[in-house]
Design a protein around this ligand. Structure first.
Ligand code: EPZ
Length: 418
């Protein structure tokens, strides 16, 4: 297993191209299940999670090829309806095949994803939504079985605006009989991207990106080509790196309108952020102010940026309260940051972050995708050397992270584990 070694203290400067969004590509690739034919996706990030969902589609009988950030998916031969535990445990987003499988093959057998480091992450709202559309759901031996001769439109209210729950139901509803309304829907840009793709396939979806989405069922869909939107979380990670190291980074390939809460908070913390000329430029160096952050469903501050922003606050000039309202256990990175000299106290869903003058490098361990990114950021600004183990977590969601940071001037390399 590789490790990442960083010698901290460098000021990062330069330009970085943001990759395609993992959390847009995953549902869009799952949506290919809905009809037979060849789909071509451009700007697909080269990530472990993309490899996993391509394996999953191949398991179901599709053909999936990936090269040079292009994925070609041919679902003509798709005929199996089971997503095995082995694949689902690697990536809980595999649950996204549930809705499309029931819609196309009238049945699905998908392993329950189980919990993960950041929380229990149940899928009860996905299952209740499918039942509302007429699916019969049974749970046995750790699998969920869903079946329906023909899904029928219905009205679904989500207690919590679940991102993949909204995506699953939207995909199930596009071939249902009649109209489906999803209330308290998630509003993430990745939901809009999926709806745009489905509509280009011939679906009839309205108001994706708002809290009430209307889907009128259609009889047939056709394969399409699509380009994956830029990854707003990867972009946010590099934006924090600019503020953290007092440098200047220009990002291309990300849509600033997807990053409003992150831009707002970085400006509040003293960074200069410019979104003209088709890119996003972040400049630090003027001191870092402590600001409070509360994670919320989009368009609030993204939970996937909480760990990264905490690193910035750990070397800010005062006391910051960071509240995590989406997941019940998303402070795992705190213990590793404490080992690097941060001053953070957890109280329930709040982390009290008292800025310190410096972090010090240490051997640390990655535990989940975004926590790993926060350890890279901490290593970039810490004195001496930081060695991060279990970086397979990083490889799930950040394309060539060490190469991109090295191109910005970081002393960072990937080495075989000692
Ligand atoms: C998506 O996960 C993202 N993953 C996550 O990104 C992201 O952190 C999360 O949305 C929140 O923005 C993908 O898009 C592949 P939720 P998802 O359903 O859909 C509870 C990353 O780092 N809930 O919006 O699984 C749930 O436990 C990943 O890229 C239920 O209780 O998240 C959580 O507390 C991490 N029952 C809250 O809702 C359900 O049926 C929001 O979860 C579904 C969710």
């Amino acid at each position: 297993m590789d490790e990442i070694v960083i010698r901290g203290g460098r000021t990062l400067r330069g330009e970085v191209a943001v990759s395609g969004a993992k959390n847009a590509a995953l549902p869009m690739i799952a949506a290919t299940i809905l009809t037979g034919g060849e789909f071509v996706f451009h700007n697909v990030p080269d990530l472990k999670d993309i490899e996993t969902i391509c394996h999953l589609l191949a398991d179901l009988g599709a053909k999936a090829e990936f090269s040079d950030n292009t994925a070609i998916i041919d679902t003509t031969g798709l005929g199996r309806h089971e997503a095995s535990y082995d694949l689902v445990r690697k990536m809980r987003a595999s649950v996204l095949v549930l809705g499309p499988l029931v819609a196309r093959l009238k049945r699905a057998r998908v392993s329950l994803p189980g919990g993960c480091a950041i929380g229990a992450r149940p899928i009860n709202m996905h299952l209740q939504g499918l039942e509302k559309l007429g699916a019969t759901i049974t749970l046995e031996h750790g699998y969920v079985e869903a079946s329906a001769d023909k899904l029928k439109g219905g009205e679904i209210f989500f207690d919590i605006p679940t991102v993949t729950g909204t995506e699953n139901i939207m995909m199930a509803a596009v071939l249902a009989e009649g109209t489906t309304i999803i209330r308290n829907a998630a509003r993430e840009p990745e939901i809009i991207a999926l709806a745009d793709m489905l509509n280009s396939m011939g679906a009839d979806i309205h108001d994706a990106g708002t809290t009430v989405i209307t889907i009128r069922g259609v009889n047939a869909l056709r394969p399409v080509s699509a380009r994956i939107i830029g990854d707003r979380i990867e972009a946010g990670t590099y934006m924090v790196a600019a503020a953290l190291t007092g440098g200047r980074i220009r990002l291309t390939g990300a849509d600033p309108s997807h990053l409003k809460p992150v831009i707002h908070k970085l400006r509040e913390a003293g960074a200069a952020v410019d979104t003209g000329d088709g890119g996003i430029t972040v400049e630090g160096g003027g001191g870092i102010k402590s600001v409070d952050v509360k994670t919320l469903p989009y368009p609030g501050f993204p939970t996937d940026m909480q760990a990264q922003f905490m690193v910035l606050m750990s070397v800010a000039g005062g006391l910051s309260v960071i509240s995590e309202s989406i997941f019940e256990n998303r402070f795992i990175h705190v213990s590793e940051l404490l080992r690097m000299g941060a001053d953070i106290t957890i109280s329930g869903s709040h982390a009290l972050v008292k800025g310190v003058s410096k972090l010090s490098g240490a051997p640390v361990m990655a535990t989940d995708l975004r926590a790993s990114a926060s350890l890279v950021l901490a290593g970039l600004v810490a004195e001496n050397t930081t060695r991060i183990s279990r970086i397979y977590h990083l490889d799930r969601g950040y394309e060539a992270i060490e190469k991109k940071f090295a191109s910005l001037g970081a002393a960072i390399e990937r080495v075989p584990a000692e």
